[in-house]
Design a protein around this ligand. Structure first.
Ligand SMILES: *[C@@H]1O[C@H](CO)[C@@H](O)[C@H](O)[C@H]1NC(C)=O
Ligand SMILES: *[C@@H]1O[C@H](CO)[C@@H](O)[C@H](O)[C@H]1NC(C)=O
Ligand SMILES: *[C@@H]1O[C@H](CO)[C@@H](O)[C@H](O)[C@H]1NC(C)=O
Ligand SMILES: *[C@@H]1O[C@H](CO)[C@@H](O)[C@H](O)[C@H]1NC(C)=O
Ligand SMILES: *[C@@H]1O[C@H](CO)[C@@H](O)[C@H](O)[C@H]1NC(C)=O
Ligand SMILES: *[C@@H]1O[C@H](CO)[C@@H](O)[C@H](O)[C@H]1NC(C)=O
Ligand SMILES: *[C@@H]1O[C@H](CO)[C@@H](O)[C@H](O)[C@H]1NC(C)=O
Length: 468
């Protein structure tokens, strides 16, 4: 698959700058005892930074790029972390963070060969420029709701707050130990016939960036999150690259990367397999570029859900290109609740390969968890969505295209071109479905989408439509 040259160049720059130590090494040696543990009394002053001042001279690293030096490496082991997977290393990480954060070009290192247990923590910025969080070992939270500290929020684990610039990278693993959370009785899949039994249900997002900007997240493996793996919320200038996100297909609400109220986002060259959306894009997101993703099994790449509780949602200028979605419930999806205001516009889905996907192309403006949502007279307005060069196979249990626009607010300017979707197995059972969907087929499509309405509906310009 071809990729736009700028991201390729970016990838090359990144790869020559940084070294990835092996994830395997981290796993194999996960429980190994450190040879020289430097115990730190938490009341005492922080120890002097580790002596490696000449650059990124930790295990096996090649010479650092001149652009990065001189860096100062703050190894969490020097701050009292044990890394045996059992001892609580939270204080050591906090201390190391506070110290490194105040130093220019600092590298906060969680070294390979250790497994660090960290309680829910908010890491606050801003830090000095050039701050790198280098995770080469394994980081994990307490194991499940029973072990979670009682007085701490069960909705988030690691939070990065008010960061102005941060590179989070490394060959390490962030293991959310989600299993006991997924099995809480309250989770949807535990109920009979889609009901949700009562009981506490909060589960932590593994990594949350909140009110932060100029973030790069690069190279990590993040697995088994209790809830979303990443959540970017009120952030700007986010670059995500070469992540490997992995949870079982049956794990509930484990979105790979969720963004909301966040703009100027690039998500490139990453793998996601999980139990919910591969990437989900919430209200207030714009200028988002997604390239070369491989998703599946998953619920696909979603814009939404938007407009819950009659809220206003604006999402604009989202591009998804050169990606593969396989064995997923959805391919590319836009979902909104009944009611709500605002708009979804300038959306481009281009060059996407589908492999056995249930709803490869879907707009659902009747999104509703209880299956008993009343029809309402307002809706988020969907306009200007192009689907070009989308090919592959679909699971015949659902129609290959499903464009269910609001009764009260039609979708407009939908563009279909070079669509070729064939049954993965068996016969075409359902034709493409459209409701109140206006747009054009620029080429013949397979299957033909005869239900698409031509032109522009009359109401446009008259009422209720909120263009954001
Ligand atoms: C939670 O409780 C522990 C010990 O009881 C205390 O040290 C800690 O500060 C508390 N944390 C919060 C966020 O209240
Ligand atoms: C679940 O659905 C099945 C089949 O539709 C039905 O026979 C059964 O009574 C339902 N159970 C409950 C608790 O609603
Ligand atoms: C953040 O990135 C933007 C765009 O790349 C740049 O203009 C700005 O100076 C950066 N801000 C900081 C604090 O580095
Ligand atoms: C696409 O991403 C994969 C990793 O998922 C990577 O191996 C491949 O090189 C990337 N392709 C391009 C053209 O960058
Ligand atoms: C749309 O987003 C891209 C980045 O993904 C940006 O380069 C472009 O300028 C944006 N377009 C508009 C009209 O804001
Ligand atoms: C569906 O919702 C309506 C009102 O919104 C309510 O009156 C009705 O009882 C609900 N039906 C079921 C089966 O829950
Ligand atoms: C909502 O509208 C759709 C389309 O007109 C219709 O099929 C459905 O029955 C309506 N649902 C309710 C609860 O009124």
């Amino acid at each position: 698959m071809s990729l736009l040259s700028h991201s390729f160049i970016f990838a090359c720059v990144i790869f020559t700058c940084f070294f990835f130590s092996s994830t395997e090494g981290g796993r194999k040696n996960g429980i190994k005892k450190p040879k020289h543990v430097h115990f730190v009394n938490h009341i005492s002053l922080p120890p002097a930074p580790a002596p490696q001042e000449a650059g990124l001279s930790y295990n096996n690293a090649p010479s650092p790029s001149p652009a990065l030096s001189p860096s100062r490496v703050f190894n969490v082991l020097s701050f009292g972390a044990i890394g045996d997977g059992v001892t609580d290393d939270t204080q050591a990480f906090k201390l190391a963070w506070d110290t490194a954060c105040q130093s220019e070009q600092a590298v906060l290192l969680a070294p390979v060969g250790y497994s660090f247990l960290i309680l829910p923590t908010i890491f606050t910025g801003p830090c000095q420029s050039g701050f790198v969080l280098q995770i080469d070992g394994t980081i994990m939270p307490p194991d499940g709701p029973e072990s979670w500290p009682r007085n701490m929020s069960k909705r988030q684990w690691l939070v990065f707050y008010r960061i102005k610039e941060l590179k989070m990278q490394g060959g390490g693993v962030i293991d959310g130990r989600g299993e006991k959370w997924w099995n809480l009785p309250c989770k949807p899949h535990k109920g009979i016939n889609g009901t949700t039994p009562p009981g506490p249900c909060d589960s932590p997002v593994a990594i949350r960036f909140f009110m932060s900007s100029n973030l790069t997240v690069h190279g990590l493996t993040v697995r088994n999150s209790p809830q979303f793996h990443f959540r970017f919320d009120n952030c700007q200038n986010v670059h995500v690259e070469r992540l490997n996100i992995k949870s079982p297909a049956s794990s509930p609400n484990t979105d790979g990367i969720h963004i909301e109220n966040t703009n100027n986002v690039q998500i490139y060259n990453s793998l996601v397999s999980n139990g919910d959306d591969c990437i989900s894009i919430g209200a207030g997101s714009y200028n988002v570029d997604i390239q070369n993703m491989t998703c599946g099994p998953s619920h696909g790449i979603s814009i939404g859900s938007l407009g819950i509780h009659n809220s206003r949602a604006c999402v604009s200028n989202i591009t998804v290109t050169d990606s593969t979605i396989r064995h997923s419930d959805n391919g590319v999806r836009i979902k909104t609740w009944q009611g709500g205001y605002g708009s979804v516009s300038k959306i481009k889905f281009h060059n996407i390969r589908m492999e056995t996907v249930r709803n490869p192309i879907i707009i659902d403006q009747y999104y509703c968890l209880t299956k008993n949502c009343s029809n309402q007279t307002s809706a988020v307005y969907i306009s200007g969505v192009s689907y070009t060069n989308i090919k592959g196979t679909y699971d015949v249990r659902s129609p290959p295209l499903h464009l269910a626009c609001s009764d009260s607010v039609p979708c407009t300017n939908l563009v279909l071109s070079d669509i070729e979707l064939l049954p993965a197995q068996g016969q075409l059972v359902a034709d493409p479905y459209c409701w109140n969907a206006y747009g054009a087929m620029q080429t013949l499509t397979v299957p033909p989408v005869l239900c698409l309405l031509g032109g522009i509906p009359e109401f446009i310009g008259q009422n209720i439509v909120d263009q954001c």
